[in-house]
Ligand binder design. Sequence first.
Ligand code: S3P
Length: 167
Amino acid sequence: MSHIWLIGMMGSGKSSVGRELALRRAQPFYDTDAAVEAAVGMTIAEIFGSEGEGRFRSLESEAVHQIASQPEGIVATGGGVVLDGASVETMRSSGVTVLLEADSTALISRVAQGDDRPLIAGDPEARIGEIAADRAERYAAAADVIVDADGSIAQVADRVEQACAAS
Ligand code: S3P
């Protein structure tokens, strides 16, 4: 399988860009967050609330491994997927990892409306900056290519396609 694995912070546009790419390429679209929710019949907020982040991470890792064996497609991952070394290895050995990189201001404006991201609940502005700084090295190490995620969905999808063609 040679998936395109979209990685990056919450609000970087992985799901919307991933759907656009899947349409363009007539390939399946996968989403690790949706796979986790479907696996246990709970929302992510419910999993964090009742079973904790550790349980969510182990479900997320299972989702990555399961999706890796599916027909070639585009995968939107949860922002924390890079925290698990085995998931990073699985992604890189089953396709290309594309980091969607945006600055904190852009990320905050995209996530500010929702209440479904437990890690930034309460103070999204502060938390996004902290989490991005904590994970910066992991994102860079996990990425085969890095794409600027500022701009429209179509513009970012163009950049991903160009970067994948050149990689
Ligand atoms: C998380 C990102 C979320 C989701 C969960 C944890 C993270 O996905 O997996 O809330 O640790 O960055 P999105 O990146 O799709 O928002």
